[in-house]
Design a protein around this ligand. Structure first.
Ligand code: ADP
Ligand code: MG
Length: 440
């Protein structure tokens, strides 16, 4: 069995939903994971804002415009199936009722998560009903029955694996399984989610749970491109990536993939294909256990909102105790470090999660003098970059010679070179890399 995940644009209208049906039906009995229709999660976020601020009229207006989008979709999808049309409208009204129940009351974080879950619940309901209307016996599986986080806020893989297989087993007569991406329950059973982009993570967690033969991530572009197409023209798809290369690119900003979604696939060596719903026959990108390739740079990505914290030791700690204490402080504040550079007396650390920044700085000041550079970006260059192959790092640095470079990290793995620059130089840097590395 395979897992096929379709993002928001892929299910963004009645036409797109029909198009997805055409892609999934010939592939047989698989698990299909859907995001909310494009724009819907943003509308739900907006509605949450109005409810939180007690703006009942604005909340009502936003619910009405969301309903208009749904009604238009329903009327096209079920133009010749009155029963299913009625069922879809009923599901939509129930969902709206749930959202409205929060208006005028104190709006808690857990209520917000219930509202945000409505997008995936609706898109999957539409797909499920549509498949039935064209004679396909789909089974709509609620992700809330098998996707759960454990006490540490991470997916509870054991629970997910057991429950997913049970649910599939119980519905074994189905032609196809439809389920929601993004949504899950927390360790107490309340509705939660895997955060933005989390549908990719759902797909790979299900893939790992059922030991899928393949995970397909269908989106609006023909695979992972060698640079960020939002900022660079003429980027081209990379045909093959190793799990590690794909993980680095996703973590460092290639929006096409959720940063954590590669790990479950890698664990069970499940190939991940990135494919384009608008061009279903295009080869896309294959991520997997690929054969060793000649040394080469394959792709570049960039991550924003980086802060660089530098600590210069006051030498009250002995040299070996200094780094230990600095890292301990980040650990105490549960803040992941994206990159480090060290010298004998100082260390620079790049982070993206600034929630605890003030407290971190306060604690670091006990180890030495501290300075912070905000509004930075990490540019990550990925490929088969083994240290004993000469020259690849030189090409990268040469390409960026016009740009002030705050940090460089090379040799941490065989597949990446990471560079911290000012956020305002990012687009220029990505374009220079494109020109110098890929002649684009
Ligand atoms: P979905 O809604 O299907 O999950 P996303 O918007 O999350 O789709 O991801 C697809 C988008 O990722 C593309 O439209 C593209 O703009 C963006 N993107 C950023 N970097 C890359 C890259 N290196 N390769 C391909 N797409 C990328
Ligand atoms: Mg996405």
């Amino acid at each position: 069995m395979k897992v096929l995940k379709f993002g928001g644009t892929s299910v963004g209208s009645a036409e797109r939903i029909k198009n997805v049906a055409e892609i999934i039906i010939p592939q047989g009995k698989n698990v299909i994971v859907l995001s909310a229709m494009s724009g819907v999660t943003n509308m739900l976020v907006e509605i949450c804002g109005y409810i939180k601020n007690n703006q009942a009229i604005l909340a009502e207006q936003a619910i009405t415009s969301l309903s208009q989008k749904y009604i238009e979709t329903i009327s096209i999808l079920f133009a010749s199936d009155n029963n299913r049309q009625a069922a879809a409208v009923k599901a939509m009204e129930e969902s709206n009722k749930r959202i409205r129940s929060f208006i005028g009351n104190k709006f808690k974080d857990e209520d917000e998560k219930i509202v945000l879950a409505q997008g995936e619940l609706m898109s999957t309901m539409f797909m499920h009903l549509y498949l039935h209307s064209i004679g396909i016996n789909s089974s709509l599986l609620s992700a809330l029955d098998f996707m759960r986080k454990s006490y540490n806020g991470e997916p509870d893989k054991e629970f997910i694996s057991k429950r997913t297989n049970e649910v599939i087993e119980r519905n074994s007569k189905a032609d196809i399984y439809i389920t929601q991406g993004f949504i899950c329950r927390d360790c107490l059973g309340k509705i939660d989610n895997l955060e933005r982009g989390g549908s990719d993570y759902t797909a790979s967690l299900i893939g790992a749970a059922i030991k899928a033969e393949e995970i397909q991530i269908w989106t609006d572009i023909d695979g992972l491109h060698n640079n960020d197409p939002r900022f660079v023209e003429n980027t081209t798809p990379v045909r093959q990536l190793s799990f590690d290369e794909a993980s680095e690119l996703a973590y460092f900003g290639a929006k096409i993939l959720h940063p954590t979604c590669i790990l479950p696939a890698k664990q069970f060596n499940i190939p991940v294909k990135l494919l384009n719903t608008m061009q279903p026959t295009a080869p896309g990108t294959l991520i997997g256990d690929i054969p060793d390739m000649p040394a080469s740079i394959k792709a570049v990505a960039a991550k924003d909102n980086i802060k660089v914290i530098s600590v210069k030791s006051d030498r009250l700690l002995l040299a070996y105790g200094f780094l230990h204490r600095v890292f301990e402080i980040f650990n105490e504040h549960t803040t992941a470090i994206d990159m480090i550079c060290t010298s004998e007396v100082s260390v620079s650390v790049a982070i993206d999660n600034g929630k605890e920044l003030d407290q971190i700085i306060k604690d670091l000041k006990k180890c030495g003098s501290v300075s912070v550079d905000e509004d930075m970006s990490i540019v990550c260059i990925v490929g088969n970059i083994h240290w004993n192959k000469c020259g690849l790092e030189a090409v990268v640095l040469k390409a960026l010679e016009e740009i002030p470079v705050r940090m460089i990290s090379y040799g941490g793995s065989n597949c990446n070179i990471s560079i911290v620059i000012r956020a305002c130089d990012k687009i220029k840097a990505l374009n220079l890399l494109s020109k110098n590395l890929f002649n684009q």
